[in-house]
Structure formats: C-alpha cells, structure tokens
Design a protein around this ligand. Sequence first.
Ligand SMILES: CC(C)(COP(=O)(O)OP(=O)(O)OC[C@H]1O[C@@H](n2cnc3c(N)ncnc32)[C@H](O)[C@@H]1OP(=O)(O)O)[C@@H](O)C(=O)NCCC(=O)NCCS
Length: 176
Amino acid sequence: MDKTTTFPLSLPGYEIEGLIEADAPRLMPLFQSCQDYVVLERGHPPDAAVALDEFRSFPPGRAAADKFVFGLKSATGALAGMLACDRDYPQEKSWWIALLQIDPTLRGQGVAKALCGDFFRWLKTQGADRVELAVFAENVAGLCFWQGQGFTLVRTAGPVAIGMKQHSLQVLARPL
Ligand SMILES: CC(C)(COP(=O)(O)OP(=O)(O)OC[C@H]1O[C@@H](n2cnc3c(N)ncnc32)[C@H](O)[C@@H]1OP(=O)(O)O)[C@@H](O)C(=O)NCCC(=O)NCCS
C-alpha cells in the first residue's frame, strides 16, 4: 500500500487516490452508504472494523507490500467508491480483486464499468495478464456485474465464515 500508486481515470470529476490504513476513517461514510452489501457480507451493519479490514486482510502468503486500496475520489475529496486488490495472487502476473464498491447514489451509471476498464488497462501496463476474484454466491447482482465485464467461473469454494455469515464463493477470472 502506498499513496503514490494510482492509475489514470476516464471518469470526469473523479480521480483515483492511493489509500493507506490511516485513510480507513475516510472510507466509513462509503461503508455506511453500502450498508446492504456489508450486511450481506457479514450479517451485521458496518462498524469501524470493516474499513480497517480492507487494509489488514491479505490472501494466503501475501502481505501489505502487494495490497493496493484505491479510492474513487470526487472533486470534494469524498470517497465515492473503492477498489481493493492484491498483486501477483494467486500467481505471478495475476491480480486479485478483494472488493469493488460504489456509492449507491452513483450506481447504474457505468461508474464501476469505467473504473474497471481503466484499472485493467493500467494493470496491463504493469505486466499483468489476468484478474481473479471471488463473489459470494448470495451476491447475485455482483455476479451479474462481473460476468458483464467478461469474467467466467473458475471454481466454487467455501463455505467461509465472515462475521456472522457463512458464504459459498464463486471464483471468477478473466484474461487482460
Ligand atoms: C456491483 C457494483 C460495483 C456495480 O457498480 P455500478 O457502478 O452500478 O455498475 P455499472 O453501472 O458500471 O454497471 C456495469 C454493467 O453491470 C450491470 N450491473 C450493474 N449492477 C447490476 C445489478 N445490480 N444487477 C445486474 N446487472 C448489474 C449493468 O447493467 C451494466 O451493464 P451494461 O454494461 O450491459 O450496461 C455496485 O452495485 C456495488 O458497489 N455493489 C455492492 C458491492 C458489490 O457487490 N461488489 C461486487 C463484489 S466485489
């Protein structure tokens, strides 16, 4: 994680900010407005741990040096979305998306699609050739979104315990 790694964004009025753990409180309004997703994920409303977890949880064998948390920053400085990911997981040249979330007031306008398009273009310039992620089987909307971005099923996994919930996972991937 660092403040200096960012990528060019094609969305007018927004820019990408590299976030570090000290920025976690700035993400709380976003997690509050995305409460439905937090409840789906954890079974309880957002608390201070949800934002911190994005900076402190890593895939097996990975650490902070390969974790990137990008904020979608509006002209006012507010964070209207976020993209958390891990470099070179599960293998070299593959990036793992841990979380993409967009403020509900901005959804359905192509923001996530544009953000992903710009992110994937930048990843290619970094030498990556694949992106992988896991969607909760319960997150039908999330699954539709990723399938629309060209992701296909690699395998199913779980159950995994998150907060008060048990989740089956759909692991999806796409080449860049
Ligand atoms: C999933 C999410 C990131 C989509 O963000 P968004 O900005 O509304 O998505 P976009 O407007 O860019 O939509 C892009 C495409 O996905 C489709 N899509 C988006 N949300 C969808 C939904 N709820 N159901 C079905 N399709 C959906 C759109 O129809 C659009 O299709 P098109 O390109 O054919 O027009 C957003 O709803 C969100 O933050 N959800 C909560 C967190 C989450 O589930 N994240 C994904 C798991 S990590």
